[in-house]
Design a binder for this molecule. Structure first.
Ligand SMILES: C[S@@+](CC[C@H](N)C(=O)[O-])C[C@H]1O[C@@H](n2cnc3c(N)ncnc32)[C@H](O)[C@@H]1O
Length: 278
């Protein structure tokens, strides 16, 4: 008779990288790493072994870890994620940091900054801004996806963030005449024929979150053209984009009437976001 399965044997024998195996087991057991270490050789219940085995098979079929464990860290907060919503990426923290700098500068005038996050997904950007911006930020977030809005609303409640969520096809569903001091967006910017859409985590994420169904610049163009009518004087628009798109996005922004147009590099040295001011 073989020895009963324990934490150590499951992690060692499942065929996944150690870190992934440990995260899946923490999720099944709903116990932290310290517990796993302290109960390394305790026999585990058959139900635990079965649940772990099912998750391992899904991971081996390529499902993203974040969907399997149901969450992903972003800006130091834990965001719930499920299929139907984009998994927040560390790259996007540059957009949040840049927006926070704008909110702080705006706050020096003594007024709170009215912020709009377009295409909020899990709410990662909007909620991080509301939490870090505090009383200096009034945050609205919109998305066309009801699944995304449901998760974003849930995340805001769990994290205690005051964000107003709207269902809207870009600017179409915004209240008439409402204007903002800052608009941010991480829109779908992958071209529809990009082979990366068929690789890795992207295969499992919602297509409408990834591609604009065109050349990757269609939604970015819509945002750039629509933003001036929704921004107060001195307001800013900052957009995340792909690593080859910075020059094209800067041109879009200039054509739309923005000044002081610039791109900022992420930690990998890639031009990751571009923005401008009215
Ligand atoms: C790249 S994801 C970004 C999600 C989130 N902001 C983040 O950074 O993790 C783009 C988001 O834009 C939304 N979106 C796509 N088309 C839209 C449209 N026409 N109007 C509003 N939102 C849209 C998608 O549903 C998706 O949530």
């Amino acid at each position: 008779m073989s020895a009963p399965a324990c934490v150590r044997s499951l992690i060692q024998d499942c065929g996944l990288p150690r870190l992934e195996a440990r995260m899946l087991l923490e999720h099944v057991l709903q116990r932290p790493r310290a517990w796993l270490l302290a109960h390394d050789t305790d026999a585990l219940a058959d139900t635990v072994v079965a649940q772990f085995g099912a998750l391992v098979r899904r991971r081996q079929a390529g499902e993203p870890m974040a969907y399997l464990v149901g969450h992903r860290e972003f800006m130091g907060h834990r965001f719930a994620v499920r299929p139907g919503v984009l998994i927040p990426r560390p790259d996007t923290e540059l957009l949040v940091e840049t927006a926070l700098a704008h909110i702080r500068t705006h706050g020096e005038s003594g007024r709170s900054c009215h912020v709009l996050d377009m295409g909020c997904g899990s709410g990662a950007i909007a909620i991080s801004l509301a939490l870090a911006g505090g009383m200096h930020a009034r945050v609205t977030a919109l998305d066309i996806s009801t699944a995304a809005l449901a998760i974003a609303t849930e995340n805001a409640a769990t994290l205690g963030a005051d964000v107003r969520f709207l269902a809207s096809d870009w600017f179409a569903g915004l209240p008439e005449h409402e204007t903002f001091d800052l608009i941010v967006s991480n829109p779908p910017y992958i071209a529809q024929d990009d082979p990366h859409l068929g690789e890795g985590d992207l295969r499992f994420e919602p297509r409408r979150a990834l591609t604009d169904g065109a050349d990757g610049l269609a939604d970015i163009g819509r945002l750039a053209r629509g933003a001036p009518a929704r921004l107060n004087a001195g307001g800013a628009l900052w957009i995340e984009h792909g690593w080859t798109q910075a020059q094209a996005v800067r041109e879009c922004l200039r054509r739309a009437g923005f000044t002081r147009v610039a791109s900022l590099h992420d930690l990998a040295g890639i031009e990751r976001i571009s923005g401008g001011y009215l």
